[in-house]
Design a binder for this molecule. Structure first.
Ligand code: SF4
Length: 181
């Protein structure tokens, strides 16, 4: 039997959760022995090339591209994990959820004092992903199988969760592993 296959993606996130994954330090050598990475910014594989056992999602969904990537992960991954507060509940990007989208865009692109008058334009190229009315946590778009809290989740928590999923153990996220700030 081959190694379990892992894929990762960053949607509306800051890559801090990916950094925390890399923060497992020398255990990354063990991880490379245990698993094979597929689609991920870590190895720069852009498309799925085989079925994936564990998909790790950082960030929620703020635009149509995020939704497309998330649905593609759900289709290709046996187990899908929301990693970090942005994936679990929208996180910092969701601070805009209480403000109408039109107002957010006008503030960012028309009214901001840092924009030169000749540059005041709300981007409207048809190739740009469509911005959603609000930022959605991943479980409101697709079924999510596990949640790793934290901003970011600690490297130890990610290691514990990953090894449990790889070995088929139940997730046992003890109090000392979980932090929310
Ligand atoms: S949960 Fe925190 S570290 Fe992770 S993507 Fe969101 S803001 Fe960044």
């Amino acid at each position: 039997m081959g190694k379990p296959v892992i894929a990762t993606a960053s949607l509306a996130g800051c890559f801090g959760c990916h950094m925390s994954l890399l923060d497992i330090d020398e255990r990354i050598l063990k991880l490379v022995e245990l698993v094979e990475f597929n689609k991920s910014p870590i190895d720069d594989i852009k498309e799925f090339t085989k079925p994936v056992d564990i998909g790790l999602i950082e960030g929620g969904c703020c635009n149509s591209e995020n939704v497309h990537v998330l649905r593609d992960f759900r289709k290709n991954c046996k187990v899908l994990v929301s990693v970090g507060e942005c994936a679990i509940m929208g996180g910092l990007p969701a601070l805009r959820n209480g403000i109408p989208l039109k107002e957010c865009l006008e503030e960012a692109y028309l009214n901001s004092p840092t924009i030169a008058p000749e540059d005041r334009l709300i981007p409207n190229d048809e190739d740009l992903p469509i911005i959603l009315d609000k930022v959605y946590p991943c479980h409101e778009i697709v079924k999510i199988d596990a949640f790793l809290p934290g901003c970011p989740p600690s490297a130890d928590l990610i290691w514990e969760a990953l090894t449990a999923l790889i070995e088929g153990r139940p997730l046992h996220l003890t109090y000392d592993l979980v932090k929310f700030d």
